[in-house]
Design a protein. Structure first.
Lengths: 369, 530
C-alpha cells in the first residue's frame, strides 16, 4: 500500500522537525544578543524562514511523485543523484546524532544526572528507530497527534502564566541596535532551514500540490512557538535573567503555582516536549535511512534502520567526551553545515532543475514511492 | 439447515482426512444396506447414531431409512416426522406404480415429509456431514440420492442477558452459542432485504459454521472481500471460539491492542452493521467479531446511544480518563516519588515520606508486589467457585491490603494507587482493551522506575507510534484523530444528539451511502402554539 500523508500531517512533520531544538536553547542565546527586542529577531527569523519554506516547496513541486534520490538521478544522472543522496544521508545522520546528544545532555541536566549517558542515548535512538520502523505514515500521524497536544497545552500554559506576565519589560521597543537584532535572528534561521526535509516527504503526500501550504504553515507554527517562548521568558523574567538560563522555556513553566497543590509543573511541560523531540528524532532518522537506503541500493530497510541506529548510539556516546564538545558542535560546526545543506544544496538543485528542464520534458515518466 | 457450502467441503480442508474422504466421496449406491453401512462407517459408528428403517406398502414394500445423530436434532420434529411417515407408509395410494422406487422418493418429498426445509445429496460424505450438522437423512432403497431434512436442534442455551456487556437501559438479549439463533437475533433488529449472511465452514475436525454478516450498499465492498479472503485462508483443525479466528485475521500479529471488536450483544452488532462494519458470527460462541474497528470504538458502549447525549459524552470522557489512569497511575507514582519529588506540595511530600519510612522496598518493587498480588487475586476470583468469591475479596482487602500496610511491607499510598488503578481498569467497556492497559502498565512501571518521567514519555512515544502504525482491515486504527477526519468526531469523545449525526462514519462505511437520516429534525418549540 502506498503511504499517504495528509497536508495537516505534513504541517505537523515540518513543525516537529524545526521547533523542539529551536525552543530549547535559542531563546537565551537570542536574548543575550538582542536583549528585550529578541522577539523581533524571532519575527525576522520567521519571515526569512517563510521565504526558505516557499523556496523549498517550489523546488519540491517540480517533483512529479518520484522518491527524492530517484528524482535526482532522473534529472541529473545517476552519479550526481547518488552523491546528493549520500551527502544528505550523512548530513541527516550527523544532525540526528547531534540532536540525540543535545537531548541526552538536556535530560541529564534536568532530571537524570546520575544515569549513564549511553543509556539515555540508547533509549532515545531505540524509540526513534522503533518509530521509523512503523513507517513514514505512522511518524506523520504521531506528529499530528503531538501537534494536537501542543495546541491544547500552549493556551493553557499562557493562561496559567498570565498573572506573572509584565509587558512593560518589552518596552522601549526597537531600543536595541538593528545589527544586534539581525545577528540574533541567525541561529533560528539556521534551524528553520531544516524545512528542507520537505523535499524527502513530498513523494509520500496525498496531495503533493499542497506542499507549499504545508511548508508555510509548518514554518509559521514553529517560529510562532519560538516567538511565544521568547515573549514569555522576557515578560516574566526580564532581559537580565533570561541570558543566565540554559533552558528558558523550562524556567518559565517552573514558576507556575496553582493553589497549593500544583507546582513545579515544568517536568510535565518538559515531558510533552520530549514527545516533540522524539518526533524530530524520528524524522531525521527516517531522512538518514531514506537517503542512504535508496542511494546505496540496499535491500532491507529494517536492517538499515538497525545498522544506522547502532552506529548512532556509538557516535553519540563516544564522539563527544564532554558536553562542551557537543555545544561547540551544535553551534560553531552545525550552523554552517545547516546553511550549506539546507540552503546552498537546495539552491544548487533548483539551478540544476532549471538547466535540465528541457531534458526532463523530453524524457517524461515517473516512479512512485 | 446447513448451507450447501457446508455439506461440500473444500479439498484444502479435507487434506488430513484424505483416506476417509476418498472412501466417503463415493456416490450413494442403489443398495440401502450398503449405503447405511458406509454411512455408519463414515461417522465412526457410535450409539448416538439413530437409524429407523421403514417399508412402504404402496411402493412394493420398498425400504427406506431415517438416520440422525441423537442429541443434536430437534426431538419434536423427528417424532412428528416419524408419525407422518408411519401413517403414510401404511396407506395405499392409487397413483403409485409398484416397483418403481424413484416414485417413492418423489412421493416422500412431495407428500409425506412434514419438514419445512429439504435438500438433496448424492454422496456419503455429503450425507454424513449433513448429519453432523444435526440434519436427518432419508435414504431410499434403489435410489442414488438421499433427502436431507433440517432437524437441527438439541439442547442449547436460551437467549439471556449478556454477562460481559451489561447495560442499565437497552435491550437485554445476548447472543448464544447457536449460530442460527444469533443470525435470527440480528434479523429481528434489521429487517432489511440488504442484510447479507455469507456462510463458511472453518476447521477440518470441528467444521465450525461461520457467518459473515453485512449490509449490502452500506458496507464497503473491499472490506467484505478482504474479510472473505482472510477467512478463506484459515487452515486449522478446529475453531472453538471466535478468538481463534481473530488471531488469524487481524492485521498485525504482535500488538497488545485488539484489532477486532467482540460483542455478545445483537444491538451492538446491528449498530456496527448500520455503520458499514462487517460482523463475523462463529458457531459455538456468543462473541461475534466486528471489523474494521478503531481505537476509540473500544471506549464506546451501546448504552451511550440509548442514554441522553450529554451523559453519554461525560461517561466517554470518564472511560478514556480511566484507561489512562489504569495504564499510567502506578508508573506516575513511581516516577514522582523516586525522581521528581519536587513536583509534590511540601505537605504531601512529608506525608508520603512518613508513610514510606520503614518500607524496605523501593517504590518500583513495592508497586510490582502489589500489582502482581492484585492480578493473582483477580485471576483467582475468576477461577474460584462463585461461593468462595466473597472470601477471596475479604482475604485480598484485609490480609493483603491492611495487614501488609500494618506490617510495614507496603505503604498506604501504594495500596490506594493500586486499588484506584484496578477500579479504573474495570471502567473500560471492552475487556480486551482493559487487558492491553494491564500489560502496558507493567512495562511503563519498569520504565518509570528506571528513567522517571522521561522513561514514561519514551514508553508513550513507542505506544503512540505503534498505535499510529496499526490498521484494522486496512483502516487506520487511530482514525479520526490520525488521520484527522473531522466529520467522524461527532461520535468519538463527544456523542452529539442523534439528529446531528446525519452521516455514517467516513472511511468506514461505503462512500456511496453515507447519509443515514433526514435534515431538520432538531426539536423546536411548536410554532403554532407559540
Amino acid at each position: 500500500m502506498k503511504p499517504a500523508i495528509s497536508t495537516a500531517q505534513t504541517v505537523a512533520l515540518i513543525q516537529s522537525a524545526i521547533t523542539p531544538t529551536m525552543v530549547l536553547a535559542l531563546p537565551s542565546v537570542m536574548v543575550s544578543i538582542a536583549h528585550h527586542d529578541a522577539w523581533i529577531s524571532g519575527i525576522v527569523a520567521a519571515i526569512v524562514g517563510l521565504v526558505m519554506a516557499l523556496g523549498i516547496a517550489m523546488i519540491g513541486r517540480a517533483n512529479k511523485g518520484q522518491l527524492f534520490v530517484a528524482w535526482m538521478e532522473s534529472r541529473f544522472g545517476r552519479p550526481i543523484g547518488v552523491t546528493v543522496g549520500i551527502m544528505l544521508g550523512i548530513y541527516y545522520f550527523n544532525a540526528f546524532c547531534v540532536i540525540v546528544r543535545t537531548f541526552a545532555n538536556f535530560v541529564s541536566d534536568i532530571v537524570l544526572d546520575a544515569t549513564p549517558l549511553f543509556l539515555l542515548t540508547g533509549i532515545m535512538v531505540l524509540v526513534a528507530a522503533f518509530t521509523v520502523m512503523q513507517g513514514i505514515e505512522a511518524i506523520a500521524r504521531s506528529a499530528f497527534m503531538v501537534l494536537l497536544l501542543i495546541m491544547v497545552i500552549i493556551p493553557v500554559s499562557v493562561f496559567i502564566l498570565y498573572t506573572d506576565i509584565s509587558f512593560e519589560r518589552l518596552i522601549p521597543v526597537l531600543d536595541t541596535n538593528l545589527v544586534r537584532i539581525a545577528v540574533a535572528s541567525f541561529p533560528p534561521i539556521g534551524l528553520l532551514s531544516e524545512v528542507s526535509v520537505l523535499l524527502l516527504i513530498i513523494p509520500y503526500m496525498k496531495k503533493p500540490a499542497s506542499c507549499l501550504r504545508a511548508s508555510l504553515i509548518g514554518t509559521l507554527l514553529g517560529s510562532s512557538q519560538l516567538v511565544l517562548v521568547i515573549l514569555l521568558a522576557l515578560t516574566i523574567f526580564g532581559q537580565q535573567l533570561v541570558p543566565l538560563m540554559s533552558y528558558a522555556f523550562v524556567n518559565v513553566m517552573a514558576i507556575v503555582e496553582v493553589g497549593e497543590f500544583l507546582e513545579r509543573i515544568e517536568v510535565f511541560t518538559v515531558s510533552v516536549w520530549f514527545l516533540t523531540m522524539y518526533i524530530k528524532l524520528a524524522v531525521f532518522l527516517f531522512a538518514t535511512v531514506h537517503c542512504l537506503f535508496h542511494s546505496l541500493r540496499l535491500h532491507s530497510e529494517r536492517h538499515t534502520v538497525i545498522g544506522i541506529s547502532i552506529l548512532a548510539v556509538a557516535t553519540t556516546s563516544g564522539e563527544w567526551p564532554r558536553n562542551m564538545n557537543t555545544g561547540m558542535m551544535a553551534t560553531l560546526v552545525n550552523m554552517p553545515v545547516l546553511l550549506i545543506m539546507n540552503i546552498a544544496m537546495p539552491v544548487l538543485i533548483a539551478i540544476g532543475l532549471l538547466i535540465t528542464r528541457g531534458k526532463s520534458k523530453q524524457k517524461g515518466g515517473m516512479q512512485g514511492p | 439447515m446447513p448451507n450447501d457450502k457446508n455439506t461440500i467441503s473444500s479439498g484444502k480442508q479435507n487434506s488430513s482426512l484424505s483416506g476417509k474422504v476418498k472412501q466417503a466421496e463415493q456416490v450413494l449406491l442403489p443398495d440401502l444396506d450398503v449405503n447405511l453401512e458406509r454411512l455408519h462407517r463414515f461417522l465412526g459408528g457410535g450409539e448416538d447414531i439413530a437409524c429407523r428403517t421403514l417399508q412402504h406398502r404402496s411402493f412394493d414394500n420398498t425400504r427406506y431409512a431415517l438416520l440422525y445423530i441423537d442429541g443434536i436434532v430437534e426431538g419434536t420434529s423427528i417424532n412428528t416426522m416419524l408419525l407422518s411417515l408411519l401413517d403414510d407408509a401404511n396407506n395405499q395410494y392409487s397413483d403409485s406404480v409398484s416397483g418403481e422406487t424413484p416414485d417413492l422418493y418423489r412421493h416422500l418429498t412431495d407428500r409425506s415429509i412434514a419438514i419445512g426445509r429439504l435438500s438433496e445429496v448424492s454422496t456419503i460424505e455429503q450425507a454424513g456431514y449433513a448429519m453432523l450438522e444435526g440434519c436427518t437423512v432419508l435414504v431410499v432403497d434403489g435410489c442414488l440420492r438421499a433427502i436431507v431434512m433440517d432437524t437441527c436442534g438439541g439442547k442449547t442455551r436460551a437467549v439471556e442477558e449478556p454477562s460481559s456487556q451489561t447495560v442499565i437501559r437497552g435491550p437485554k438479549e445476548g447472543f448464544t452459542e447457536n449460530l442460527r439463533t444469533n443470525t435470527s437475533l440480528i434479523r429481528r433488529i434489521i429487517k432489511s432485504p440488504d442484510l447479507r449472511f455469507d456462510y463458511k465452514v472453518i476447521g477440518h475436525q470441528t467444521r465450525t459454521n461461520v457467518a459473515v454478516v453485512y449490509l449490502e450498499g452500506i458496507a464497503e465492498q473491499e472490506i467484505v472481500k478482504e474479510v472473505h479472503r482472510r477467512l478463506d485462508k484459515i487452515d486449522i483443525d478446529g475453531v472453538l471460539e471466535s478468538g481463534y479466528i481473530e488471531e488469524f485475521i487481524q492485521d498485525r500479529a504482535f500488538t497488545p491492542f485488539p484489532l477486532l471488536q467482540n460483542t455478545e450483544r445483537p444491538d451492538t452488532a446491528s449498530a456496527a452493521l448500520l455503520e458499514g462494519q462487517v460482523v463475523i458470527i462463529v458457531s459455538g460462541t456468543p462473541f461475534a467479531l466486528v471489523a474494521p474497528v478503531t481505537f476509540v470504538k473500544f471506549f464506546q458502549s451501546s448504552e451511550d446511544y440509548y442514554q441522553r447525549y450529554d451523559i453519554a459524552t461525560f461517561l466517554r470522557i470518564i472511560r478514556m480518563a480511566s484507561f489512562f489512569i489504569s495504564m499510567l497511575l502506578p508508573s506516575l507514582y513511581i516516577a514522582i516519588t523516586t525522581f521528581h519529588q519536587e513536583m509534590l506540595p511540601t505537605s504531601l511530600l512529608i506525608s508520603l515520606a512518613a508513610q514510606r519510612e520503614g518500607i524496605p522496598f523501593p517504590a518500583l518493587l513495592e508497586a510490582f508486589l502489589m500489582e502482581i498480588t492484585f492480578e493473582i487475586l483477580r485471576e483467582a476470583g475468576v477461577r474460584m467457585p462463585r461461593i468462595i468469591g466473597p472470601a477471596i475479596s475479604i482475604v485480598g482487602a484485609l490480609v493483603l491490603g491492611q495487614a501488609a500496610v500494618q506490617a510495614g511491607i507496603i505503604s498506604a499510598a501504594m495500596v490506594i494507587v493500586v486499588s484506584f488503578t484496578a477500579i479504573a481498569s474495570f471502567v473500560i467497556p471492552a475487556v480486551n482493551m482493559g487487558i492491553a492497559a494491564r500489560l502496558i502498565r507493567f512495562v511503563l512501571m519498569i520504565l518509570a522506575g528506571t528513567f522517571g518521567l522521561f522513561g514514561i514519555m519514551s514508553g508513550l512515544m513507542i505506544l503512540l507510534a505503534h498505535l499510529c502504525g496499526l490498521r484494522s482491515f486496512g483502516k487506520p486504527y487511530m482514525m479520526p484523530f490520525a488521520p484527522f477526519v473531522a466529520s467522524n468526531l461527532k461520535d468519538v469523545l463527544l456523542r452529539v444528539p442523534w439528529w446531528a449525526m446525519r452521516k455514517r462514519p467516513l472511511n468506514i462505511s461505503s462512500d456511496n451511502n453515507l447519509i443515514r437520516e433526514g435534515t431538520g429534525q432538531k426539536p423546536k418549540p411548536d410554532q403554532e402554539g407559540a
